[in-house]
Design a protein around this ligand. Structure first.
Ligand code: ADP
Ligand code: MG
Length: 386
């Protein structure tokens, strides 16, 4: 799960990682009040969207006075901000962060990611801050210092020193840099982050280290033990159907095709998407209703698929193991009764109680096309959506 910069900075401060003083606003006059309550100008007004590269897109502006903060907040709020990370459609800005502008001496990079091949968190630091780390890695990889952290030992003090020393910090800054790194790592593990990226981490003219930006991603699979963090989710930043699916605990990802697919089990869902493609069509979504799905969950999943106007046909591919075929059929029939279905539905059922399931579908009074096997199902649906 992604969160906004201001939310990330609030978390950083809880873990004693220094960041500029500031607060959020949703109207220009609120932005002015935030500026008035900060010690002194100049100020920076920053668009809060789940994408980086905001500076170049006009989403970050400086202002000398609270009056000017109000003016630039008025320009940024409501704008559709296009950055290299938003795609051409951009994002509408609903919130701004107003913070104290810093007198920057140097911009560094500090990031913690999970290295899946090492199965360990890796801390990366670079003297080339402020630009995309991918670009630094491609052009000047020698400017990136890395330390992998063994989960059993934790971050060793010498590793934090290696990083701070490696990016050329002068002796007086080594100690604060080590605490900065240690505290960020503490947050990374305590909150089950999948990414904690500070770009830039600045050295100010007065010799302070500050997190000027914060990109914190949280591991969705660990949110069950961080209820306070789950509340940080911003529905405006999510695909509305994905948001709806999450409420029903469904594994749903929206794709660009026109064949809606409802499948139980992630592996079967992947295989079904491959077969849809092999048959010459494109899936509109990935939906795994889960091995233990109830008739209710099936009905919810079905409703979500059908509320996507691009869907021209639905393929239901279920292997009845834990989810019995008759319960699936009940779910599908309940959903079809509720939603006005205007597209063809192809069903392939196999497994526990398959006969009962097929019977229920046949006697439901609705027209479903029943396929003999997976390939047949994919070919039938592909032919119907052409
Ligand atoms: P993004 O990564 O989306 O472009 P950043 O938060 O990294 O946004 O900001 C981009 C640039 O704007 C920074 O590299 C820095 O130069 C400047 N900037 C951001 N916040 C401040 C601040 N509080 N004071 C001074 N300059 C800032
Ligand atoms: Mg940044």
């Amino acid at each position: 799960m992604k969160i906004h910069e201001y939310q990330g900075k609030d978390l950083l401060k809880k873990f004693k990682v220094p960041a500029p003083a500031g607060d959020v606003a949703v109207t220009p006059s609120e932005a002015r009040t935030v500026a008035e309550e900060l010690e002194q100008g100049p100020f920076v007004v920053k668009a809060q969207i789940h994408a980086g590269g905001r500076g170049k897109g006009g989403g970050i502006k400086t202002a000398a006075t609270p009056e000017e903060v109000e003016k630039v907040a008025g320009q940024i709020l409501g704008m559709t901000l296009i950055t290299p990370q938003t795609g051409p459609e951009g994002r509408v800005v609903n919130t701004v962060l107003v913070e104290q502008a810093q007198d920057i001496d140097r911009e560094l990079y500090l990031g913690i990611v999970l290295d899946r091949s090492l199965a360990q968190p890796v801390i990366m630091m670079s003297s080339a801050g402020g630009m995309e780390i991918e670009e630094v890695a491609a052009r000047t990889p020698e400017l990136i210092i890395k330390e992998a952290v063994g989960p059993a030992t934790g971050l060793m003090p010498y590793q934090a020193r290696n990083l701070a020393f490696g990016v050329g910090l002068e002796p007086a800054l080594l100690r604060p840099a080590v605490s900065f790194i240690e505290n960020l790592y503490r947050m990374f593990t305590a909150l089950d982050c999948s990414l904690a990226e500070i770009n830039p981490l600045v050295v100010t003219k007065t010799g302070d280290l500050l997190a000027l930006d914060a990109k914190i991603n949280l591991d969705d699979n660990a949110l069950f033990r961080h209820h306070d963090l789950a509340a940080l989710e911003d529905p405006d930043e999510m695909d509305p159907l994905e948001h709806e699916a999450r409420k029903h605990h469904l594994n749903y990802i929206r794709l660009s095709g026109n064949v809606g697919a409802m499948v139980n089990g992630a592996g079967l869902a992947m295989a079904t998407m491959d077969l849809i493609k092999a048959a010459g069509a494109e899936p509109a979504n990935f939906l795994d209703v889960g091995g233990g799905a109830s008739a209710d969950m099936v009905a919810n999943g079905f409703r979500i698929i059908l509320s996507d106007p691009r869907v021209k046909g639905v393929l239901i591919n279920i292997f009845g193991g834990i989810l019995r075929c008759d319960r699936l059929a009940e779910g599908v029939i309940a959903a079809v009764k509720e939603v006005k279905v205007q597209v063809p539905i192809i069903i392939r059922l196999e497994g526990t109680n398959v006969e009962e399931g097929r019977k229920l579908l046949a006697e439901s009074g609705f027209t479903f096309t029943v396929a003999t096997d997976m390939r047949d199902a994919a070919q039938k649906v592909a032919a119907l959506v052409q």
